[in-house]
Design a protein around this ligand. Structure first.
Ligand SMILES: [Zn+2]
Length: 383
């Protein structure tokens, strides 16, 4: 295996990916670029599906086994104010051993590692143990329509999905689920010149938020996926007039949890809000969150650390990297949650660093890509 050439080609491919902007709904150019690269690298099959996801397959020694799927997304978030970036965000410049730019760690560098780990076997005249399919899906950053389309149209068995979301070359075994609910306080609207004649719900909201700030630490924890968090985000009132007290005011509560249910969270909010007239309505629950008013625990995805699949991946990746990967979890949500209802095991493994994703300092370390290539190649051989 010529590791130096493999890494050099993988780095160049990453730079080209960064130089090809691919905001959600605008992934066509990058999908074509990746398809062309996979064809040139000698992949057995390359195809685009009905929503614009790009797929590439290399055949394994035993084609009767379920496939190993390497999943990344094609889109990225907006670069924002360009003057805040150390280099132009679509330059893909290399500075101090790191490739810089929007999408470098989330997720174009990891995507390149996935594609080139497959290419590595082809170049060496080897075959993976089972079929390996690369899948680059659209619209991850705006809800995951590409991943949903992919899994709904899946027509081959899958043994494991490896997510390219940044995990710092450790194994990310899951993340919390998202639940958002509106809490509305009602009052009585009057002219702002005579506030005592009405009932201003903003005071109830203020007192509620103070209680929430203290009580939020009472929410439960998951041993690996972490503590339940709650953040009040949007606040709205019914009126646009500055000289009228509101009839109602509402706050959106964003919960992240792997240990609470919709009902337990709702009960928590009810308890803190009970002194004032209020209603709770659910705004949005991310899949695979059970329908509201269930006692089922909410989570994003979770692959237990003691499961056989985790042990096998850990052993293979450790042999490739020459060190044991830690078992960890993501803070953010991923497309992994869309695959849970289908019962396919999911593990995140990627050279990107989560804390750099979506920032103006987004970059990826070339030496981490090198380590990840070795881990991926070992995984493809052994899994
Ligand atoms: Zn991502």
């Amino acid at each position: 295996m010529n590791w130096d050439k493999l890494l050099a080609d993988c780095v160049k491919f990453t730079q080209r990916l960064i130089q090809t902007p691919s905001m959600p709904h605008e992934e066509g150019t990058i999908a074509a670029l990746i398809a062309e690269e996979m064809r040139q690298l000698g992949f057995d099959e390359v195809w685009l599906d009905g929503i614009g996801n790009v797929n590439g397959r290399i055949h394994g020694q035993d084609r009767s086994l379920g496939a190993l799927v390497l999943n990344s997304h094609l889109d990225h978030v907006d670069p924002g104010d360009l003057s805040l970036w150390p280099v132009p965000p679509y330059s893909g410049e290399i500075v101090n051993g790191r490739i810089l730019g929007r999408g470098a760690c989330d997720i174009k560098g990891p995507l390149a590692v996935q594609v080139y780990s497959m290419a590595a076997l082809l170049r060496a005249g080897e075959r993976p143990r089972r079929d390996v399919v690369f899948t680059g899906v659209v619209q991850e950053e705006i809800g995951g329509a590409g991943a949903v389309y992919w899994v709904e149209h899946l027509d081959y068995p899958v043994a494991l999905i490896v997510l390219g979301e940044p995990s710092n070359n450790e194994l990310a075994l899951g993340h919390r689920g998202v639940v958002q609910m509106w809490l509305t306080f009602s009052g009585r609207s009057v002219h702002a010149s005579v506030p005592d004649k009405g009932e201003n719900p903003n005071y109830a909201l203020a007192r509620f938020l103070t209680r929430l700030e203290t009580a939020r630490h009472e929410l439960s924890q998951h041993p690996l996926l972490g503590a339940t968090s709650v953040a009040p985000t949007i606040i709205e009132v019914d009126t646009k007039s500055g000289n009228v007290t509101p009839a109602w005011t509402r706050v959106l509560l964003d919960f992240r949890t792997a240990s609470e249910s919709y009902r337990s969270l709702k009960a928590f909010v009810e308890r803190l809000a009970e002194d004032w007239p209020h209603t709770i309505t659910d705004a949005w629950c991310a899949e695979p969150t059970p329908v509201p008013d269930s006692d089922e625990t909410i989570y994003g995805f979770y692959t237990p650390p003691d499961s056989e699949v985790v042990q096998r991946v850990r052993t293979a990746v450790a042999a490739g990297m020459g060190r044991e990967p830690k078992l960890t979890s993501y803070q953010f949500a991923t497309d992994g949650r869309h695959f849970v209802p289908y019962g396919i095991p999911i593990i995140g493994y990627s050279p990107g660093e989560e804390e750099l994703a979506h920032t103006v300092h987004e970059s990826i370390a070339i030496d981490k890509m090198a380590e990840s290539l070795r881990g991926h190649v070992a995984l493809l051989r052994a899994f």
